[in-house]
Design a protein around this ligand. Structure first.
Ligand SMILES: [Zn+2]
Length: 281
């Protein structure tokens, strides 16, 4: 069990210290220079370096709530669309990197019969689940904002679902002709919760800012909007608000009180933009 899934992706990984090749054995991942990283009992490996403790790492309770929410199928239409888009690009036999993969929910559902998945996330709590989400997903703790512990041109598809975007690194790890798929919320996402709970709405210019952040390295080749209507209880409302941008996070006690005054169940809109990019070479 230990490292079984990492075996599928070890050839794509690099030592985060010296950028050397890595091998897997004896419950650890090692480079020729002697840098060693233990494989966790749950099957993921942390290739984070340095002493900085990531401030954005999720708690186990947050991760469990999100997995329950996603497992209930509220975002199933988005997952289905991503699967189609990935299959069109890998033909069912490629390497798919999910940057900010969380529990691996979307990656596990996007993989075709011979695809291999690499789940990167800063949260080890989320990756414990990602490592078990699919038999061909390798889960690696890494900071999306730093150089990724991955080889040049190793991925056929890079997925970024509601996650940070590192344009230069996404371009480096994507193979020529590969596709970057970015999912962002539209201004209509989670209506009417944004208004009734006084959350910060998604900036109208967000789509443009995504392009600006990626612009030097990527060109958009197309986009589509995926929408569905969700019927949510109060617990699910609390979870989906917690899954949003950090700007949405308000005082938890006040948020819970505000949610308790909503109708239950309540109809909530899921609305996101799926943008496709190719590398500028
Ligand atoms: Zn090394």
């Amino acid at each position: 069990m230990m490292g079984g899934m990492l075996a599928d992706v070890i050839d794509y990984l690099l030592c985060p210290v010296c950028r050397g090749d890595l091998t897997l054995g004896g419950g650890a991942v090692r480079c020729a220079s002697g840098h060693s990283f233990d494989v966790a009992r749950q099957g993921y490996v942390s290739l984070l370096t340095g002493s900085g403790v990531p401030g954005t790492a999720d708690t186990p309770a947050m991760v469990a709530a999100r997995e329950a929410f996603l497992g209930a199928g509220h975002y199933a239409s988005l997952a289905g669309r991503l699967r189609e888009l990935v299959a069109d690009r890998t033909g069912g036999g490629g390497v798919v990197l999910d940057a900010g993969a969380g529990t691996g929910h979307y990656l596990a559902r996007a993989l075709g019969p011979r695809d291999t998945g690499i789940a990167l996330d800063i949260s080890k709590h989320a990756l414990k689940r990602a490592a078990r989400a699919h038999p061909r997903v390798g889960a690696v703790v890494a900071d999306i904002w730093r150089p990724l512990p991955l080889r040049d041109a190793c991925a056929d598809v890079v997925l970024d679902v509601f996650a940070p975007r590192n344009g230069p690194e996404f371009a480096r790890v994507l193979r020529p002709g590969g596709t970057l798929i970015v999912v962002t919320p539209t201004p209509g996402h989670l209506a009417p919760l944004v208004e009734t709970l006084g959350l910060l709405s998604v900036d109208e210019s967000k789509g443009r800012r995504v392009e600006e952040a990626l612009g030097a390295h990527f060109a958009e080749t197309g986009h589509l909007v995926e929408e569905s209507e969700m019927t949510l209880g109060h617990q699910a409302v609390e979870t989906v608000v917690g899954m949003g941008p950090s700007a949405w996070h308000t005082d938890p006690a006040k948020l819970r009180a505000d949610i308790s005054r909503l109708p239950e169940p309540i109809g909530v809109k899921m609305s996101c933009r799926i943008s496709l990019f190719r590398k500028i070479t």
